[in-house]
Every structure is written in structure tokens, then in C-alpha cells.
Design a protein around this ligand. Sequence first.
Ligand code: ATP
Length: 512
Amino acid sequence: MAKQEDIFKNVVSHAKEYGFIFPSSEVYDGLSAVYDYAQNGVELKKNIREYWWKSMVQMNENIVGLDAAILMHPTTWKASGHVDAFNDPLIDNKDSKKRYRADVLVEEYAEKINQKAQKEIEKARARFGDAFNEEEFVTTNARVVEYLSKRKEILARLAKGMTDDLQDVKALIEELEIADPETGSKNWTDVKQFNLMFGTKLGASAESAMDLYLRPETAQGIFVNFLNVQKSGRMKVPFGIAQTGKAFRNEIVARQFIFRMREFEQMEMQFFVRPGEEMKWYHHWKETRLNWHLSLGLGKENYRFHDHEKLAHYANAAADIEFNFPFGFKELEGIHSRTDFDLKAHEQYSGRKLQYFDPELNENYVPYVVETSVGLDRMFLAVFATSLQEETLEDGSTRTVLKLPSVLAPTKAAILPLVKKDGLPDIARKIIEDLKWDFTVAYDEKDAVGRRYRRQDALGTPFCITVDHQTIEDETVTIRHRDTMKQDRVKISELKDIIENEVSTKNWLMKM
Ligand code: ATP
């Protein structure tokens, strides 16, 4: 556990030290769960967004983009259910005055029990070796059976309490003797519902100001524009609308860096289908989205599906793609079959028809919707944390290297004159002038070349191109590969193709 925490701390400090992520308004000691993307972070984030956009919009004839405003008519949130149901159960500790999500306290307790069971399973696996039959073991070993059934019972009681009566959730916390994780106190308040939307006001005069919300998800901007896009784009069902943009949630507890923020960015796509065909598309998008993640090469073992048993009010099927973050498997993306809930609700609240005339069926209907929704910041954290590695080299020294998928790397190549004289900087500048039209490149002449390599390794730059005295004679340079540290001598005229081949979106997306 300590190790996991260390890895995570290292991720946060590397992000700051190398200009990826800073706490917001740090000169005033920061603002809780709000972060700023710095010079390298903004490039990585933009590249992730583009990688998503290209795979969704550019590669699919029947998916188009949208950029709806953050502020929307307030009735939107009444129709979507956010005013009445976008709540988390909150509990305060009376002694420490710390605030928690009651459901998370219980889930963490259940997870600890699960960990105990997993430990027993691993012990047995080590003892029995190849002869170990896990399926049999978990159903016959008394201790494991007890742990797993206890966990199941707790989660079932939590789910029931969450829908029926929050007092039962409090009773469960007391019965399990769950203590404040920071202070150990068991002196709890009642569990209350807490709405996560940020309110704001539109208009200058106090009397006429209108109460608005900062959108808690980008999806509703898509739903209210469904017919505008369908008509103006002459779209035929099935078709999709994709959007990336900021969303805001007043999260009760937000302390996992950019994993859970109060202002964050989503990348969402709503796919409109014929009623009755939603399951086919739901499975299609589940698989397609997982393949998109896998194309980045962060390791298949780091992803898993979590199919929801308890569904939100708008869904008839839902799954998360979970990622193995430094603090364990957690939701990275949600895929939801949202039925016709949203469009019907907007029809009802607006009094306007939001229907599609299907020329093949010769009938009008409200389409069903399959949604894919991934957090851009969570994607950033997944990519960044997994790529950050400490390597021990053959000579026993260590290097810190950010093995980002090169298609996402903030800087694609650094051009380094070996020395600051003999005309080498001029040649380096000329190479930059040529490459910068196609790639983000950097110039670095400070310090010994070995140190410059290390600096670029820590920034995730896939290539270092070194200009030396031989360059003057034969127009060749050395190109060093970040991951293998291998160096090749190549012609300056070949550089563009070499870099393009490695970083092109096409070559990466073709792995899907
Ligand atoms: P969680 O259960 O972790 O709170 P959620 O189920 O509420 O997430 P959705 O409403 O499905 O999340 O939002 C879609 C995606 O938006 C999530 O998969 C996640 O990647 C991202 N996301 C949601 N809330 C946050 C947040 N507070 N900070 C950063 N990303 C978020």
C-alpha cells in the first residue's frame, strides 16, 4: 500500500516539476480540487482530445461534432433529472468536522474485506502452484466464503439503503463501526442528500437575475440540439453527436489529484438509434471504446469492464471501463444505454417534438441513445501515471522516463546542438524551422548532451536529434529513441518521415 501511495505522490510531483499540472491559483495556496494545465500538460491534454476527436468524428461519416455553451436554460436540468436526483449522500464526522460520501465509506469497508479474501486466494495460489483451482477454492474455503458473502451482503444493504432510506445507510455505518479514516472518530451525523450542481446567476440586476447552473455534464447540450443537428446536417439514424468540454460538479470529497475535480472536461458522444436496436449498439460501443483505449498500448491488463447491476433512472444497460490507476481500478469511461429518457423529457418540458422521421420505416419516433462518456482529465492521469517509469540502466544508474504513447507526447522531438559554437546552433535552428510546421519541437542547448537527453526523457519526448561536427560535413544527425535509447545516424532530409511514421495518428488508430 505504501508503495502505491509513493507512486502516486511521485506522479503528482513529476507533473508539477516538469510543467504539466499546477494547483489552481497556487499563490493563494490553491483551490480545493481545481488544477491548471501548464505548458506541457496543455499539449498532452490537447493531443488526447484530438486522438479521441479524430477516432470519433473524423473517422466516422455518421458522427458530427458540437460545441454547446456551458450555460443552458435552467429547465434543461429539471428535465434531465439533475435538479431532483443529482445527489450524493453526505455524512459529516461531528468530531473532526470532515465530510465524506456515506456510500464511499461503506464501499471502502467492503473493499477491505474483499482484499482479505484476495490475500487468502493469493496465498493458496502460491502454495498449490499449477494445481490451484481458484473457482473451487473460492466456493469451498470457509474463510474466503465468509469474506465474500459478508462483502456481498454489505453492498446489497448499501444499495437498498441508497434507494429506500438513507437512515439505513447511517445504521449500516454504525453497525460496521466504520470510523473517520483520518481521525478514527465514530461520531457521525445523519446522512443527507447533497446536490452536486454549481449554481450561478445570469443578468445584472438583482430582481431580474435568473438562477442558472454550470453544466454538470456535456450530454444535455447534445440532446437539446438533437433536432437542429439532424435537420441541418441531414443526418440519418443511426448517427452520433460528439462533444468535448468543461463540466462542473461540487464533489463532496475530491482528493485524488485530477481524478476527481470540481471543474473537469468530458469527451462525450451520444449515438441516436432506432428503438429496439440499442442493445446492439451498446455492445458495439463498449467494444469500440475499449479498443480505442487499448490502441494506446498502456497494457491490456490495466483495463476491465464493470457492468452495472444498479442502473441510473435513465438507463437500461450501463458499464464502466475501469483503469488500474495508482490507487487501484476506478472508472475511466462510462458507456450507457440511455433509452429515450432524455429526448422524451425535453419534449415534455419544452412542449416541442424531438422526433425523427425514419424514411425506411415510414414512421416518426423518439430515437434511443447510447452514450460514451470519458473524462479527459482521468484519461490524462491514466496515461501520465502509467507512462512514468524509473528504469535501472546497465551501468547501474537510474533514469526517469515518461514513456507516453508518442502520438500523445507534448513535444515530438528536441533538437540539440552538441556544442554552442562552430555553427551547430544555426543548423539546429534550420532543422526546427523545417519540422515545426508538422510537429511540436523544442530547442535545447544548455548542459551536457546526456543531461539534455534525461530532461527530454522526463518530458516524454520520443526523439532527440543531435547536431554535431559531422553534420557540417555530410548533413547527417544522430536520432535517439526515448524508450530504447538507441541512436541512429540519419540524413536530415529523412527526419520528417521517421518522426511521422512514429507519431502519426493513423498508425496508432490503426491498432484499434
Ligand atoms: P464517479 O462515479 O467516479 O463519480 P460518474 O459515474 O459520476 O463518476 P459520469 O457521470 O458517468 O461519472 O461521467 C462520465 C465521466 O466523466 C467519468 O467516467 C469520468 O471519467 C468523468 N468524471 C466524472 N466526474 C468527474 C470529476 N469530478 N472529475 C474528473 N472527471 C470526472
